[in-house]
Design a protein. Structure first.
Length: 258
């Protein structure tokens, strides 16, 4: 879920609200459905992704969602009052999914320091800059580390599942996209609400974030907001209806390839 194109050796937590450009405070039409789409046309989106020749073979450089191999982003917050930490790592690995070479992401969620969810995600970007989401292998764990559910896992091209658009190359307010399509299991969708969203956190403060609204028919009544900042990626996630989860970017580091 989050990204930026440059790395930082260590991070210092300082809260500052800026009035202009975002500040990161730290030490050290092969696109298919790429154009603006209204909510009324979203249901008619063509979900089939472009052919493999239109993709960049694992490189994801979209400024709103850059996946630089070795970047490690840590988000901290709470869910229903329980402290949580989300560790998002852009691996150096790629994998071919549904004929397209994707960047492999490793995502870990901890509650009070205990691993409760582990996920592997697959993303790919077209040569024109649109980022597609090709699936995830996810597992929920109990306190003893035993898998209790794999619900939500899907892989484009298997069992009727299809990749979806995660980030358009040229976002516009009102654009609506499906991030994934696996009926009954994974059906996230999002709408761009603003390109001048205000958000403030330990590392980033800005009035120029992209604000998106995320929903799924599998959890009616639940609405999430995400804030993206150019050249950083996701900086804030919060549930605004149907829950109380809140996560903010707290550190960005880079892990050298071994």
């Amino acid at each position: 879920m989050r990204r930026r194109s440059t790395h930082i050796a260590t991070a210092t937590v300082i809260c500052v609200l800026t009035l202009g450009a975002p500040v990161l405070l730290a030490a050290g039409a092969a696109e298919g459905v790429q154009g603006p789409t209204s909510a009324s046309t979203a249901a008619r989106q063509v979900l089939h992704h472009p052919s493999a020749s239109h993709f960049t073979k694992g490189r994801v450089t979209n400024p709103w969602f850059t996946l630089k191999p070795g970047n490690r982003l840590v988000y901290r917050g709470s869910d229903e009052g329980v402290p949580i930490e989300d560790i998002f790592f852009v691996t150096y690995r790629t994998r071919v999914v549904d004929g397209v070479r994707c960047r492999v992401i490793r995502d870990r969620v901890l509650q009070r320091g205990v691993l409760r969810e582990r996920t592997t995600d697959w993303y790919a970007q077209t040569k024109r800059g649109t980022v597609w989401y090709f699936g995830e292998n996810t597992a929920l764990l109990n306190r003893r580390g035993h898998v209790t559910s794999r619900e939500g896992s899907f892989q484009s091209g298997r069992d009727g599942a299809e990749a979806g658009i995660f980030m358009p190359a040229h976002p516009h307010v009102g654009d609506t996209f499906r991030q994934e399509s696996y009926p009954g299991h994974a059906q996230d969708r999002f709408r761009i609400l603003s390109l001048n969203g205000r958000t403030r956190g330990p590392l980033v403060a800005t009035r120029h974030a992209m604000l998106t609204k995320e929903t799924t028919p599998l959890e009616r009544g639940v609405v999430d907001h995400k804030y993206y900042v150019r050249d950083i990626g996701t900086v804030t996630e919060k549930t605004v209806r149907g829950g109380s989860e809140l996560l903010k970017l707290s550190s960005v580091t880079h892990v050298a390839r071994r």
